[in-house]
Design a protein around this ligand. Structure first.
Ligand SMILES: NC(=O)c1ccc[n+]([C@@H]2O[C@H](COP(=O)([O-])OP(=O)(O)OC[C@H]3O[C@@H](n4cnc5c(N)ncnc54)[C@H](OP(=O)(O)O)[C@@H]3O)[C@@H](O)[C@H]2O)c1
Length: 302
């Protein structure tokens, strides 16, 4: 089968479209024939070697890429799925040699959900990593008050806005001026344009500061400063968690696959497709995501 892999770290040019053996599912696993695989920031970090340098990815001669997949079950093993089921899922085992940028991918059955009716594979592939991260980040937040979401127009940030709104929180969204209508449609009650003096501008709307922040834009201290003393901060990357000044409780979210929860999220959240490219154009997708300004997910199709 064909798969996009890296044998050395670097820019998009190190992505290799290779012939590799079709992976065999083990106990508790299913093999999915990939119809669509989304491109996430974690794929860029893996390709560049950032995750290996951080000790998150073990040394491998060949590394596959891609966490998000939608497609059809090809080998259901002894799991609850059946061959032919339309599914979506998350490959959260980053040490495996092959990922979702491929003709086939093997996933733990617990990481897989049946695709809701009416959702195309391209749409479905945009959901697993982004929706589960937003939901699991919100799980870490205890307040019933005001939550600030930085990077609110981003894929994770947009779902964080939607899920926080659905939970009844007052949502203050930080994004570029051009994205105000988008984030309000997703559920933001207040909008603060990104830029300097963020904390002062948030505090003008929320005297004393927000009760919590979901810092998907990785602003760190600038976002922490917008939170009240004793509030809550959720970080989205290793190294993006500031020191817990003023008694703010700082926690980091680490995505984990959860097929059952994914089924519910996929049935309710709006899919956000930025564009669709052939699998062989993975390098172009990486360049576009790195350049910024992508709204929703770029999706690769084998
Ligand atoms: N820890 C975990 O388990 C986990 C899981 C998933 C994702 N993540 C991380 O979460 C982060 C967000 O992921 P994503 O998929 O949502 O990425 P994304 O779709 O690229 O969204 C990031 C958003 O942040 C915006 N942004 C950048 N700088 C900003 C600023 N100063 N103020 C406000 N907004 C700003 C970007 O705008 P422009 O495009 O205009 O620059 C973009 O809209 C990434 O760092 C990713 O690696 C972590």
């Amino acid at each position: 089968m064909r798969a996009v892999v890296v044998r050395r770290f670097g820019g998009p040019e190190v992505l290799e479209f290779a012939e590799v053996p079709v992976p065999e599912p083990g106990p508790g696993q299913v093999r999915v024939r990939v119809a669509a695989a989304a491109v996430n920031p974690v794929d860029l970090a893996t390709r560049a070697g950032v995750l290996s340098a951080a000790g998150v990815v073990p040394p491998r001669a060949v590394l596959g890429l891609g966490w998000d997949v939608a497609g059809v079950v090809d080998d259901a093993g002894g799991t609850r799925f059946r061959a032919g089921d339309a599914v979506l899922g998350l490959r959260d085992r980053i040490a495996l040699p092959l990922g979702a940028y491929a003709d086939y991918v093997v996933l733990d059955a617990s990481a897989v959900a049946l695709a809701p009716p009416g959702l195309s594979p391209v749409e479905a592939a945009t959901l697993p990593l982004t929706a589960l991260t937003a939901a699991q980040a919100l799980d870490l937040v205890e307040t019933a008050g005001t939550v600030l979401v930085t990077g609110a127009a981003g894929a994770v940030g947009g779902y964080a806005v939607a899920l926080a709104h659905a939970r009844g929180l007052r949502v203050v969204a930080v994004a570029g001026e051009a994205d105000e209508a988008l984030v309000r449609e997703l559920g933001a009650d207040e909008f603060v344009p990104r830029g300097p003096d963020l904390a002062e501008r948030v505090r003008a709307l929320v005297p004393g500061g927000a009760d919590a922040v979901l810092d998907t834009a990785l602003l760190g201290l600038d976002a922490l400063d917008a939170v009240r003393g004793g509030g809550e901060f959720v970080a989205f990357a290793a190294g993006a968690a500031p020191n817990p000044l003023r008694g703010v409780r700082v926690r980091g979210v680490w995505i984990r696959a959860d097929g059952d929860r994914l089924a519910g999220l996929a049935a309710t959240l709006p899919p956000r497709v930025a564009d669709v490219l052939p699998l062989g154009h993975a390098a172009e997708a990486h360049e576009r995501l790195a350049a910024g300004g992508v709204r929703g997910r770029l999706v690769l199709t084998p």
